[in-house]
Write a protein of this length. Sequence first.
Length: 245
Amino acid sequence: MTRIDIISIFPEYFAPLDVSLIGKARERGTIDVRVHQLRDWAHDVHKTVDDTPYGGGPGMVMKPEVWGEAIDSVIGDGAPRMVVPTPSGRPFTQELAQELAGEPWLLFACGRYEGIDTRVVEEYAGRLRVDEVCIGDYVLAGGEVAVLVMVEAVGRLLPGVLGNAQSAVDDSFAPGSMRNLVEGPVYTKPPVWRGREVPDVLLSGHHGKIARWRRDEALRRTVRNRPELAAELDPETLDKHDRKL
Ligand code: ADE
C-alpha cells in the first residue's frame, strides 16, 4: 500500500482522485490518499496562510510557521519523500514518476500565490528527500493541478492499478525500448471507418511484423512531434532499419 498525503488550501481540487483508476485503487486499498487543509494549522481568526514578500514585489508568499506545523503534524516520526510543485523545480518525467512509484510514502505540499517561504524546503531537506518539481514550462495558479498530474502518473504505475501491466511498459517515454520515444497510432474496430482502413499489418497476426511497424511509427511520430527527443535517441539502440527512417 502506497500512502500519499497532500497539503493544500483547496482540498476540493482533489475530488477527481475519487474517480476512475485512482479511485478504484483507493477503494481496493492499493493507495491510501489523505488530503489535508493547510488552514487547519493557522491559528489566527482569519486562518492566514500568506504574507507580503520581503524585498517587495507583487503577490504573497506562504508563511513558513503554518507549513512547518502542518508538515510536522502529518509526518509525525515518519519520513515520507516530499514533493513541492513549483514552476522553478526539476522537470517531472516518466523516469521521476517511476522513481516516486517505488516510494512507500509521498507527501505533496501545494503552494499558491508566489510560492512557499523557501526556508520550508531547506528545513525538511535536512530530514527528508525533498524535490521541487515542475510539470511543464507554463505557470499554473497553484500546485494543486500539478499534484493531480503527478499522482495520476505515479498511481497508474503501482502494482495492480493498471488492468494490463504491459501498458505501462509500452507507454511513451517508458524507460527501456520507449526511452525518448512517443507511441505511434492505435486502431480498433471497425476495419474500415469512413473509407479509412486499418493498416493491413495490424490485421496480419504476424507479431514480429506488428512490433516492427509499431516501432517505425513511434520513431516517425517522435521525429515529427518531438524533434528534441529524437535528437537524444541513442544511435547504439537504433538498428539498421531504424537508421533509414
Ligand atoms: N505551480 C505553478 N506552475 C507549476 C508548474 N508548471 N509545475 C509545477 N507546479 C506549478
